[in-house]
Design a protein around this ligand. Structure first.
Ligand SMILES: Nc1ncnc2c1ncn2[C@@H]1O[C@H](COP(=O)(O)OP(=O)(O)OP(=O)(O)O)[C@@H](O)[C@H]1O
Ligand SMILES: [Mg+2]
Length: 454
């Protein structure tokens, strides 16, 4: 970052021209103004440069100008040029945050020297801000992919490292480890974040619909195709396409996907016209895809094409203290959703959380935390009851109020319907016979996001 701009404000045209010429010869980029109000209209907090201003000016004097600039950006260096003998004012200006002052008449070298130091300081300030901005992005990813253990920290770093590239990524991990969270972060923290993030659950689409889902169709391409529909590949243009559970994709379709990736184009069903595509492919699987290849269920050539970068999401049981961290997080989240007190870890037998094997990984933990918040069993008994009967809703029933049970049931029903209809709100409304408004209110109350089901 270079901060070599000098904004020069002086009402004396001759003086302005002479100083500007000096500074330009010294390599600065000089922008001049005849008065402070005009300059103020142009100056903002992202300026990569400094201000040099005369003090005695009509319309607005240098002291007021300084105060106004301070309000725009406290860290913008302002150098004042004062009349000979105006020591009092100069002292006051420094107190008000001026970078320095120079008494008229001055030797040009002296001004250059001050400007050089001020520019250097500005450069450091701007670099620092830039750094802080980038770090604050990292803070965001901390809050999305939660965890402090080395493997999760490393995973976050890898995500940020590769999020700006277009290379295909394959995310592998057991069920419920957070593969979808990782996919979403790759998109949201990458260069394509302004584009669409399009998720396709390959396990949920009937084989006969697959091709039309991914590649789209022209009107009349087959019975029932009463209008043109663009496919998910095209919909993800300039964005990311997430093929979830890619291991379940039918072999017949794998050839076509491979072709689309190789040629970077798709052909809608019923059309001869290839459409160019620009998408970043992210895939996920909880299967051993190489094993699937060996068994003849997954094409090896497709495997190598989608697996240019491989991310492994570790199982929860290998994340140590993160189990407690995540429990706290989900407990707080559930307490907000259901408007119930959170369950503090110290009241629970946390050792049980650490000793559990977590076959359902983070999703299972989230479920347990939620049930702990809802259950009215004494805190000390909650975990032992739930972890003993992992699948028994009875645990929830035992100590819960009717109202909580109803809410929990309602949320489950909404969630199931959203899943069945791939997050299509219209279908859920019809399915559950709910007006849109009521559905919206309930989804907000239960923290349900339709996008998570598409
Ligand atoms: N590190 C994490 N921080 C916060 N939430 C997480 C984290 N990992 C997972 N979750 C949450 O846990 C649940 C399961 O995660 P996700 O759906 O991403 O898992 P998955 O690996 O895609 O599972 P599956 O294999 O079943 O598709 C989600 O509600 C997700 O938001
Ligand atoms: Mg998933």
């Amino acid at each position: 970052m270079i901060c070599s701009k000098v904004y020069l404000i002086d009402d004396d045209a001759e003086m302005r021209a002479a100083t500007a010429q000096w500074l330009e010869l010294a390599g600065y980029d000089v922008i001049t103004y005849a008065n402070a109000p005009t300059a103020l209209a142009q100056l903002h907090s992202e300026i990569e440069g400094i201000v040099v201003t005369d003090v005695r000016m009509p319309k607005m004097d240098g002291m007021e100008f300084l105060a106004r600039l301070n309000a725009v950006d406290k860290e913008l260096p302002v150098i004042l040029i004062t009349a000979h003998g105006d020591v009092q004012m100069a002292v006051e200006a420094m107190r008000q945050g001026a970078y320095d002052f120079i008494e008229k008449p001055f030797a040009p070298e002296r001004l250059l020297d001050v400007i050089q130091r001020a520019s250097e300081m500005r450069r450091l300030v701007m670099e620092n801000r830039d750094l802080r901005r980038r770090l604050s992005n990292n803070v965001d990813i901390d809050q999305r992919l939660i965890g402090n253990c080395p493997s999760i920290r490393h995973l976050r770093e890898e995500i940020l490292n590769i999020s700006d590239t277009d290379a295909p990524v394959l995310i592998q991990g057991e069920t419920g480890t957070g593969k979808e969270v990782v996919a979403r972060c790759l998109h949201d923290f990458g260069a394509r974040k302004e584009g669409n993030y399009v998720a396709v659950n390959c396990g949920a689409i009937p084989e006969t619909m697959f091709e039309s889902e991914l590649f789209g169709h022209e009107r009349g391409a087959f019975t029932g195709a009463d209008r043109r529909r663009i496919g998910r590949f095209e919909y993800a243009e300039k964005g990311s396409l997430f093929l979830d559970e890619i291991g379940t994709m039918p072999l017949s379709l794998q050839v076509k996907v491979l072709r689309a990736l190789q040629e970077r184009e798709v052909v809608r069903i019923g059309s001869n016209e290839p459409q160019p595509i620009d998408v970043r492919l992210i895939s996920a699987t909880n299967k051993d895809l190489l094993g699937e290849c060996a068994a003849g269920r997954f094409r090896e050539d497709l495997y190598y094409r989608i697996n240019v970068i491989e991310l492994l999401v570790p199982p929860l049981r290998e994340r140590g203290g993160d189990i407690l961290l995540l429990f706290d997080y989900f407990s707080a989240q559930a307490s907000a959703t259901y408007n119930r007190p959170a369950v503090p870890l110290q009241d629970l037998d946390a050792g049980l959380l650490m000793a559990h094997d977590w076959p359902g990984n983070v999703r299972e933990l989230k479920n347990i935390a939620e049930r702990c918040v809802l259950s009215s069993l004494p805190d000390g008994q909650k975990l032992s009851a739930m972890l003993r009967n992992p699948n028994s809703e009875a645990v929830l029933v035992e100590g819960s109020s009717l109202q909580d049970l109803v809410r929990h049931y309602e949320r489950c029903l909404l969630e199931q319907s959203l899943l069945r209809h791939n997050g299509d709100v219209q279908s859920v409304m019809e399915d559950l016979n709910l007006p849109r408004r009521t559905l919206n209110e309930k989804m907000t109350r239960y923290n349900l996001d339709r996008k998570e089901y598409t």
